[in-house]
Design a binder for this molecule. Sequence first.
Ligand code: PMP
Ligand code: GLU
Length: 399
Amino acid sequence: MLAERLKTLAPSSTLAVQAKAKALRAQGVDVISFGAGEPDFDTPERIKAAAVEAMRRGQTKYTEVGGIAELRAAVCAKFKRDQGLDYAPDEVLVSCGAKHTLYNMVVALLNPGDEMLVPSPFWVSYPEQARLVGGVPVPVETQERTGFDLDPDRVRAAVTPRTRVIILNSPNNPTGAVFSREALAAVARLAVERDLTLVSDECYEALTFEGRHVSVASLGPEVKARTLVINTCSKAYAMTGWRIGYCGGPRALVRAMTDVQSQVTSNPTSIAQWAAVEALSGPQDEVAKMAGEFDRRRHLIVGGLNALPGVACVMPKGAFYAFANVSGLFGRTWKGRETTTRLAGSLDVAAFLLEEARVAVVPGLDFGSDAHVRLSYATSDALIREGLARMDAAIRKLL
Ligand code: PMP
Ligand code: GLU
C-alpha cells in the first residue's frame, strides 16, 4: 500500500528515544533521559514577549514564503556579525526548523542516484532525507583518535562522478567535534576542484567550547559561491518548539529551495518568525550564559563517563553531546528480568541501560557507529550525577 521509499525509511531515533522516555515516565517509571538534544533552558522572556506582541498586532496571517523581510534582514545581519558573511535578502531562506531547510536542500539538489557524502558519525536525519528523494548517502569515516575531526583524504577518496553534495556539520552531532580549519580548507578545495556543493550545518555554532568555529563559506568567495550555510534558532535560543531554521547560499539554490517550500509548507509560523527577529537581533548575552553552563556540564559528564568501567569518551569541543565508546562492555552478559543477553552492540547497551539503569541514551548505530552511545548533556547537574551513578551500578552487575 505504501510507496517504495517507505520500505527503507527509519523514523528519527533521537526523537523516538525521547518519546520512549516520556512514555515510561507517564507510566510512573523514573527514567533519566540523555536522549533528544534540546536545551533544558526556557526560551528567553524577551523572545516570548516579541511573539505575544506580534499576535497582538495581528501578525497572524500568511507571510512571504521565505520569511518576512524583517527576519531575512536579521538573518543577513547575523551572518555578517558572527561569520563575516555577506548575503542579500534574496540569498537567505527561513524554514520550519533546520531539519526542514535540509529537506528543501535534498529536494532541490539530488537526482535519483546522486551521492551525498556524509562524514560519519553523522546526525540521523541526513541519510534518511537523502534516501527519501532517491539520493544515495555515502558515509565517510572520521577517527576517534583525532577527536572525530573531518578527514579530507577519506572525503577525497569517496568522491565519484555521481557525488553532488558534501555535508559538513561542525560542531558535530553526535561527536561534539569542531572541525579544524585545515580539514575544512582541504575539503573546500576539493569541492571547488570537483564542482560539488557544500552544505554546512552550523546549528551548534553558538555552542563551541574549544577551538574556533569556522564557517567553511568564509574561506573564500569561490567556496561561498558553492556553499549553503544552515543554522537554527533551536539551540542557541532554546527555541526547539518554535521551528525556525534558516540558511544563506547561492541565489539560484535558495530560489529553488524557496519554490519547493512554497509547494510544501508555505511560510514558517508568522508568530515564531517575529520571535526569531528578536532572538537574532536583540542582546545576545543569554546565549553566552547558556553556552557557559553546557561547557561546565560537559566536563562533569565526560569525567563521569570515563570513570565507568568499560566506557571511554573523548572530550567533545562543542554542541551538547557526549559520544561514549561502550565497546569495552561488549561480550559481558546482562541478566535482565526476562532475558539473558550477551552485549554485542550499541542497541544492546542502550536497552540494557534503559532497563537496568533507567537511563535513556541513543544507540550509536543510528549515527553510523555501533561502538558508541550518545548522551545529550542538556540536562541538570543533579540528573547527570544521578544518571552516572545508575549506569555505574548497572555496569557492575554485568557478568
Ligand atoms: N542539524 C543538526 C546537526 C541537529 O542536531 C538538528 C537537531 N536539532 C538539526 C539540524 C535540526 O534542528 P531544528 O530542525 O530544530 O532547527
Ligand atoms: N537534533 C536533536 C537530536 O539530535 C533533536 C532531535 C532531532 O531532531 O533529531 O537529538
